[in-house]
Design a protein around this ligand. Structure first.
Ligand code: ATP
Length: 244
């Protein structure tokens, strides 16, 4: 698994608005790391800079360095980054509501590969998310919010990622479901060895599963450390963990 390293990354929207101001961070091979911060802090923009969803056609310019192993990601378009093993699960799930879960998985499966491989990967997704198999014939648009999030993660697994980036997987889910999905994310990280970069406003839940976290405010990293250390930090408790 290659290591992801951002060094002094800046993102400018609409030529004037500096949304990301010199972010440096690392995700070691097989690691599980969170980017925590309030709404609008710049977490989603950071993920988009990594996956390449911020081209000039979107009025955004990314500067600095983003390396994935020995690849210079900023010189590669988004499809090449997916081929390199990076997958980005966008906020809001973005599944195909008019297709069944299985059809969604098929749509995410890279073309030109064998149907046997598809079956293998699909079954692997179903071992993590048996509910998707049970809901086999339902259109994905009728799945619950939690099931849709499971499907979004399942789709990402169909690309056989080496690093999976998840934007707010807890959004709109009950605390119990958040726990369930986070436990599965942790399991995927441990069993598959796939690295995880998790963006969350829900710091409480995220710090239960990640090893290391970065706190983002106003486009900058203001603090980082191991989950254990951050949980004990009084500022983190006050501002991110709801007063501990
Ligand atoms: P959220 O959880 O709401 O997604 P976030 O921490 O992910 O928050 P970003 O979405 O990265 O934050 O936004 C960072 C800043 O960039 C915000 O001030 C936001 O308004 C601005 N921004 C985001 N997307 C664009 C865009 N396409 N054009 C201009 N400004 C943008």
């Amino acid at each position: 698994m290659p290591r992801l390293a951002l060094s002094n990354v800046e993102v400018v929207y609409d030529k004037v608005f500096l949304a990301i101001k010199g972010v440096s961070l690392e995700v070691e091979e097989g690691d599980i790391v969170a980017l925590l911060g309030a709404n609008g802090a710049g977490k989603s923009t950071t993920l988009k800079a990594i996956s390449g969803l911020l081209g000039p056609e979107r009025g955004a310019v990314t500067r600095g360095e983003i390396a994935f192993g020995d690849l210079d990601l900023l010189s590669l378009g988004p499809p090449k980054r997916v081929e390199a093993g990076l997958v980005h699960v966008l906020e809001g799930r973005r599944i195909f509501g008019h297709l069944t879960p299985e059809e969604n998985l098929l749509a995410a499966f890279p073309s030109g590969r064998s149907s046997a491989r598809f079956t293998e990967l699909r079954e692997r997704v179903y071992t993590y998310f048996p509910r998707l198999k049970e809901r086999g014939r339902a259109k994905a648009g009728y799945l619950s919010g939690g099931e849709q999030q499971m499907l979004a993660i399942g789709r990402a697994l169909m690309t056989e990622p080496r690093l999976i980036m998840l934007d707010e997987p807890s959004l709109g889910l009950s605390p119990l479901l958040v726990q369930e999905i986070f436990a599965i994310i942790r399991e995927i990280n441990e069993r598959e060895g796939v690295s995880v970069l998790l963006v969350e406003q829900n710091a409480n839940a995220a710090l239960e599963i990640v090893r290391h976290a970065y706190l983002v405010e106003n486009g900058q990293i203001v603090m980082d450390g191991s989950a254990e250390v951050l949980k004990q930090n009084p500022d983190v408790q006050e501002f991110y963990l709801g007063g501990g």
